[in-house]
Write a protein that binds this ligand. Structure first.
Ligand SMILES: Cc1cc2nc3c(=O)[nH]c(=O)nc-3n(C[C@H](O)[C@H](O)[C@H](O)COP(=O)(O)OP(=O)(O)OC[C@H]3O[C@@H](n4cnc5c(N)ncnc54)[C@H](O)[C@@H]3O)c2cc1C
Ligand code: FES
Length: 290
């Protein structure tokens, strides 16, 4: 049996070979999204920023065909149990795969493969002067920031949280953060600052001590690109958890290519999904975001 110890900050956890069948233990409304949990019987504790390929045991593929391949999901939280690991996922239903996963019921089976990919790095590994963290989430992209905040706090690293949503229907998952110090923005003004989450980031980056924190962002491509450009202009280090169409999740299909700053491409499933802002040419990856 794998010993499910907590990963150290920035440690890449390697997935066991093959997929594993888990039992779904809950499925809750989370604003306009849903949170579902599954018990991983033998996998390791994931690191924040890593993802799993998920497929329901039933109602997947079959005669109607879609959904067929497993879907990529950031782990939103994880807790070690008695020989197993509870994994939490935040889902926004946008198509056949996410709709089936959002409808999972307690006791159903869920195939998982993971944890996969490169996780977030500790602030001091990105820049020696970075002692704290600023987490910037947009829409369903808040998911990996919830577990990252928890792991940072456990390591004694202060983290400020900025979250933005388009409107009430496209928002949720705040319960995963378990804290009252979140600064919110919404484009329709239903909560917090009326406008973009990058407006809140701009205020923090104006301070003289901007370089004392590393920025970590996950959200729609346009938001990630804005964060990348703002951090570059201020000389602040940042990591972006990116999305791309992922058919395999382990480097075989090349569906998830993203352009590097110096030329060439990376595969976001194995070289990401977390990348440093200065590593890539743009966060506007074709086919990403919805
Ligand atoms: C590393 C990673 C982590 C992710 N984490 C989460 C998560 O925590 N919660 C969550 O709800 N979703 C997450 N996604 C997105 C999720 O995988 C897609 O929404 C899902 O694959 C869509 O499948 P579908 O069958 O429901 O819809 P489809 O019919 O396949 O697509 C519906 C719409 O979503 C767009 N889309 C499809 N795949 C992606 C993708 N990979 N990225 C962006 N847009 C896409 C399509 O262009 C289309 O507009 C993540 C994706 C990646 C790559
Ligand atoms: S998803 Fe297949 S190579 Fe990245």
């Amino acid at each position: 049996m794998t010993v499910a110890r907590a990963p150290r900050l920035g440690e890449r956890v390697v997935a066991p070979f093959g997929r594993r069948l888990c039992e779904v233990t809950r499925n809750l409304v989370a604003g306009g999204y849903r949170i579902f949990s599954a018990l991983d019987p033998s996998g390791p504790m994931p690191a924040a920023g890593q993802f799993y390929m998920l497929a329901a045991e039933s109602g997947w593929g079959g005669e109607r065909g879609r959904p067929y391949v497993a879907r990529a999901f950031s782990v939103a939280d994880a807790e070690r149990g008695d020989g197993d690991v509870r994994l939490d996922f935040l889902v926004q239903a946008v198509g056949p795969g996410t709709e089936r996963l959002a409808a999972l019921e307690e006791g159903e089976g869920l195939w998982i493969h993971g944890p996969l990919g490169r996780p977030f790095s500790a602030p001091h590994d990105l820049a020696p002067e970075a002692a704290g963290a600023i987490l910037v989430g947009g829409g369903i992209g808040v998911a990996p920031l919830a577990i990252w905040r928890r792991q940072l706090l456990a390591a004694g690293v202060p983290a400020r949280v900025l979250l933005g949503f388009r409107d009430r229907a496209n928002s949720g998952g705040l319960d995963l953060f378990d804290c009252s110090e979140i600064r919110l923005a919404s484009e329709d003004g239903h909560s917090g600052h009326r406008g973009l989450v990058t407006d809140l980031l701009a205020v923090l980056l104006e301070g003289d001590d901007a370089r004392s924190a590393a920025v970590y962002a996950c959200g729609p491509p346009a938001m990630l690109e804005a964060v990348r450009m703002m951090c570059a202009a201020r000389g602040v280090v940042c990591e972006l958890a990116m999305e791309a169409p992922m058919a395999c999740g382990f480097g075989a299909c090349f569906g998830c290519a993203a352009p590097l700053a110096g030329g060439g491409y990376i595969r976001l499933c194995v070289d990401g999904p977390v990348v440093r802002g200065d590593e890539i040419e743009t966060a506007l990856v074709p086919g990403s975001g919805h």
